[in-house]
Write a protein that binds this ligand. Sequence first.
Ligand code: GCB
Length: 599
Amino acid sequence: MEKGLLYPIINQYRSDQKLDGLWNFKFDPAAEGESQGWQKGFNNGIKMPVPASFNDFFTDKDAREYTGDFWYSKEFFVPKYYEGQEIQIRFGAATHRAVVYVNGQEIRSHEGGFLPFTAEVTNTVKFGEKNIVSVKINNELHRDALPAGDTATLKNGKKMAKPFFDFYNYSGLNRSVHLLAVPKNGIYDYSTTYEISDHEAIVHYSVNADTDGDFKVSLTDENGNVVATSTGKDGDLTVKNPTLWNVRDAYLYTIRFELIDNGKPVDEYGDQIGLRTIEIKGHQILVNHKSVYLRGFGRHEDSIYAGRGFDMNVERRDVNLMKWIGANSFRSSHYPYDEQVYKFADREGILVIDEVPAVGFKMAAASFLGGLDQSFFDGDWIHDLYKKHIDQVTDLIKRDKNHPSVLAWSLLNEPDTSKKSAVPYFEKLFKDSANLDPEKRPRTFTLNEDDTIDVSKCLRFPDFYLLNRYPGWYHKWGYEISDGEAGLRAELDEWKKSDIDKPIVFSEYGADTEPGLHKLPSIMWSEEYQIELLEMFDRVFDSYDFIRGEQPWNLADFQTVEGNMRVNGNKKGIFTRDRQPKAAAFYLRKRWNKLPLDW
Ligand code: GCB
């Protein structure tokens, strides 16, 4: 659990130097790094770009599939004028666990490959000199870790990742590394909640610093006019005639906290926020008290060459594709994305269902790998797993709570909720996470195909439902799709009959589609079949008013493990992996641009 996860900024009190670029890189299959002194740095490694996953740069398979420990190392310079400040190295993500050394000294370790962590190195670095940071990373998968999987050892002694999930185990320093100089005892966290009435918005704020100083707080509009001010650690900022943050019509104010100690300003932190409220009422999802129908995608951080490495260029393109097609939302399936993704979403008015990497919590999901028939929550790994799970939920909420784009928290993807043994885990998870978000956004998780209304033991937990359903693809496929539609309708009729009064969003459905494959009449894998499947789902969605959103799987094709179910990855993208439209994109664009926002 991190103390604060504020995004790095530069101002008169704070410096931010990116340590991106080429790092030295080495695999460590024999676990000899420490005994060889790699924690003190090494120069004879491979030159490896950061941020990036190491996998797809390699041309030999042993390297691409490498599973185990590996090291990154880089020299960096700490300017003399940083002296007197707190020095931190902030890692955007290290997949999946890391130990950080600076100048040979172990600083800290971290578990969880999709969230940031900070190594405090004030007393370790040499000012006005070169220093060395080394990171030992491990990318093995385990049942007691997120995302869940196994690590097998082949007969030739090589380790291999066996994910219980359907995306490639891209590994490395996937996000930027920052060298920060910040005030000692400065601001480390803040949060806001909102009250909105006819001509007024009240921003309730709370700010944390390591000193008992006073705070001056201001709110500035997009033209640079200060519209409200306040003082104190907690308080209100009242805005008359505010411009609200709305879906696909975003407006961002800047909130600024100045920390005053002994009458002197010592720190300042500024950030962009949006004034808006989120609520679930009966079957409706409300933003600013108005109903919203979600249309958008499940996504992945995935592209050629750099794998899961964050690439601003890919993200810019993805956001433009989502705007072009008429999307208003996405789910950060199946892990927290780079913080810059949320900044784009804030700016563009796109809603995000923000997911933790609690994926693979169902043994049968490992069926790509032969299937394991046991209830996941009966396993003896559950206790250790839970600690990591709640830790990552805590950090996710701490990191993302101030983004206006974040609509809800998704606490798991497709867990096995069919057995009673799941219930205590869910009870604890929902209880322990209840007060982490000051805004109390809705919390949910996706329900797998098998976890229907009469099977799932955990339906009382989510504030709204996310359904992942694959009739027309994994069952009742091809010419049988009409039976798939009938089955889907029969399931939804059960929901309708029930006394559950909460919205349902379809968070996954789709058909693998090979771009360029055409066939009349359609055949599975053809572009025509993908459209027919979407049309089938859309007919169903339009028949039930408690369905409040549609997010087909996936925005773009993405890499997975190899196997007889996958042709160079998952091809359910509406766009190809190089972000060009399949025919279905034009179909969806027509539908989504026709639907009113509150449909
Ligand atoms: C699912 C999973 C997703 C897979 C998808 C598929 O239910 O949540 O990670 O990629 O199905 O295409 O099989």
